[in-house]
Ligand binder design. Structure first.
Ligand SMILES: Nc1ncnc2c1ncn2[C@@H]1O[C@H](COP(=O)(O)OP(=O)(O)O)[C@@H](O)[C@H]1O
Ligand SMILES: [Mg+2]
Length: 251
């Protein structure tokens, strides 16, 4: 008799790009080939760091993965869905349900309280009004800011503002968190606290893709990749060559 355990459910990679390409201002004098045939596969729950010099295409890749922009070539499958098959509305829904974004500059709305900032995306997700405050309070508590809901961004430290931004990114419970230099504006100690938060989110099942210039931050990732001139290189476990490449040093 065969074992009664069901076969394992095979989940597609949460992020899969095939020969992804981005050319800005194609055919003009201002043409920039920002991404050249990027193949990137990330499984659910991975913590991936992307390094590389300024202008190498890191943010361009992040914007494509986050469906904020469309590629000029190649394919992108988000959680198994080919995003090129989606119309505008479906794409907006995919972005809302699958992706949370965190930026270097926090991008909080200055006139709103921390709680209101965190609750913002719930409006787009059509969550009923009476549920929003409770969800936002839970999200703030999860990043250690239960008692700061009424504060405006200017009344919070940089690290606290980034926590608010992370709570906002997670409010619709997306599986993927994309962070573009999230510790770039923070001091080392605060950056480490934010890193610890990302690591915890990974343990809880999120997938984290983090762009960083800081080799000490990248060293905590499961995998580190380096962008150079629009090409993505997988470097395996972290080592000093990555730090040198990121700093623009040629060995
Ligand atoms: N919207 C845009 N229009 C034209 N060129 C762009 C645009 N965004 C980025 N670029 C160019 O694409 C290249 C990669 O930029 P970017 O992805 O921002 O790099 P990184 O994040 O690694 O610093 C750069 O040469 C940059 O000038
Ligand atoms: Mg950038």
């Amino acid at each position: 008799m065969s074992a009664s355990t069901p076969p394992p459910v095979v989940r597609p990679p949460v992020i899969e790009t095939r020969a992804l390409e981005k050319v800005y201002s194609a055919g003009t004098e201002a043409e920039v080939v920002a991404l050249k045939g990027v193949d990137l596969t990330i499984a659910h729950g991975e913590f991936v760091a992307i390094m590389g010099p300024s202008g190498s295409g890191k943010s361009t890749l992040m914007n494509l993965i986050g469906c904020l922009d469309t590629p000029t070539g190649g394919q992108y499958l988000c959680d198994g869905i080919d995003v090129a098959t989606l119309d505008r509305e479906q794409l907006a829904e995919l972005r809302r349900d699958k992706i949370g974004f965190v930026f270097q500059g926090f991008n909080l709305l200055p006139r709103m309280s921390a709680l209101e900032n965190v609750a913002m995306p719930l409006g787009y997700a059509r969550v009923p009004h009476d549920e929003r405050a409770g969800r936002a309070r839970d999200a703030l508590a999860a990043v250690g800011l239960a008692n700061r809901g009424g504060h405006r961004p200017s009344e919070l430290s940089g690290g606290q503002q980034q926590r608010v931004a992370i709570a906002r990114a997670l409010i619709n419970r997306p599986p993927v968190l994309l962070a573009d230099e999230p510790t770039g504006a923070l001091d080392t100690k605060t950056g480490e606290e934010i890193l610890a938060l990302f690591k915890r989110l990974c343990v809880e099942g999120h997938t984290v893709v983090l762009i960083t210039h800081d080799p000490d931050i990248a060293a905590h990732a499961d995998r580190t990749m380096v962008m150079r001139d629009g090409e993505l290189h997988e470097e395996g476990p972290f080592d000093t060559r990555i730090a040198q490449a990121s700093a623009g040093v040629t060995p």
